[in-house]
Design a protein around this ligand. Structure first.
Ligand code: TYM
Length: 327
């Protein structure tokens, strides 16, 4: 079986963008592939984190994974900092990465603009991400569109290492959903939906109340044309159609057919229902799982053990090839 690898940062509550672009697709891959799903706390600290919050958020993401349907019997679920090999391979890869390549990453440029205090860790973020993926010889990486550049650099590094030494790493491929790879802000469809948006109506959290979910959808921007079409000129509506398609399984064309004679109001009403229904099982399960500390602990401990075993196999090869003396 081929290997699937992905991760999510524990940096606050997740949005339905994270759900549609990533988490939802993790679930579907579990039966066909050997999957590893990580909570990337080491990535989270590339910007300032309150230690207490980070601990809470890490367990929140773990509980979300489980509530969404990740099954520790099928997939390896673990916390990045529990497996030191990530930092170790990350270091080796850092010595092979061009500074210019890192400085050109759009995510780095965006974040560097947003934070006054920019640390080296933020610049080196994609190298650690490459280490995450390459340690496990992953063939596929399910992520949203915003991660494409990071997957490119991962492929570059893998190819560079393989040709400098010898065949070592599998070259991974990005896996994005057909619709919903980039969910946009509900208030400004030209920017990505993000939990750090200052306007709380711009995003829906996976754990928002049903009432807030419906309310935010009603307040979402569409346009004044009144026409019901799936087009880039109607970016607000297009985004809502994508959200609908992701939860209902209908194609954008089917959705247009159904609503073209009904209008935005009725569509939004139904969309609220589709999202609320789609998230209900997850929302119901979350609290119980989150409160079960012993269960969460058993999941991440077992995950760390399995992940370490696989990661160390790759790391040993790498250390040998670069010329480190084995202990
Ligand atoms: P993160 O934590 O920012 O986001 C987690 C996942 O959610 C996706 N996503 C979106 N998808 C669609 N529309 C949106 N508006 C939206 N916002 C976020 C992201 O693309 C991502 O898939 N660097 C990664 C974490 C990471 C990782 C890895 C991923 C670290 N190591 C190894 C895969 C493999 C990140 O910051 O994701």
């Amino acid at each position: 079986k081929k290997i699937v690898y992905s991760g999510i940062q524990p940096s606050g509550s997740l949005t339905i963008g994270n759900y549609i672009g990533a988490l939802k697709n993790f679930i579907e891959l579990q039966d066909e592939y050997n999957c590893l799903y990580c909570i990337v706390d080491m990535h989270a600290i590339t910007v300032a984190q309150e230690p207490k919050e980070l601990r809470k958020n890490t367990l929140d993401v773990l509980a979300l994974y489980l509530a969404a349907g990740l099954d520790p019997k099928k997939s390896i679920i673990y916390i990045q900092s529990h497996v030191p090999a990530h930092a170790e391979l990350g270091w080796v890869l850092n010595t092979m990465t061009g500074l210019g390549q890192l400085q050109r990453m759009t995510q780095f440029k965006d974040k560097a603009k947003k934070y006054t205090d920019v640390q080296a860790g933020l610049l080196n973020y994609p190298v650690l991400m490459a280490a995450d993926i390459l340690l496990y010889q992953a063939s596929y990486v399910p992520v949203g569109e915003d991660q494409r550049q990071h997957i490119e650099i991962t492929r570059d590094l893998a190819q560079r290492f393989n040709s400098r030494y010898s065949e070592t790493f599998t070259i991974p491929e990005i896996l994005t959903p057909k619709v919903g790879a980039r969910i946009m802000s509900l208030k400004d469809p030209s920017s990505k939906m993000s939990k750090s948006d200052s306007n709380k109506d711009a995003f829906i959290l996976i754990l928002d109340s049903e009432e807030n979910t419906r309310k935010k959808i009603k307040r979402a921007v569409t346009d004044s044309s009144g026409e019901f079409r799936y087009s880039d000129e109607q970016a607000g509506l297009k985004n809502l159609i994508n959200i609908h398609a992701s939860f209902s399984g209908m194609s954008p064309e089917e959705i247009v057919k159904k609503y073209e004679n009904l209008g935005y109001g009725e569509f939004k009403e139904d969309l609220g229902e589709v999202v609320v229904e789609g998230l209900r099982p997850l929302r119901e399960r979350f609290k119980e799982i989150r409160d079960d500390k012993a269960y969460l602990e058993s999941v991440y401990k077992e995950g760390a053990e399995k992940a370490s075993y696989l990661a160390n196999k790759t790391l040993r090869k790498v250390y040998k090839k670069v010329g480190f003396i084995p202990r």
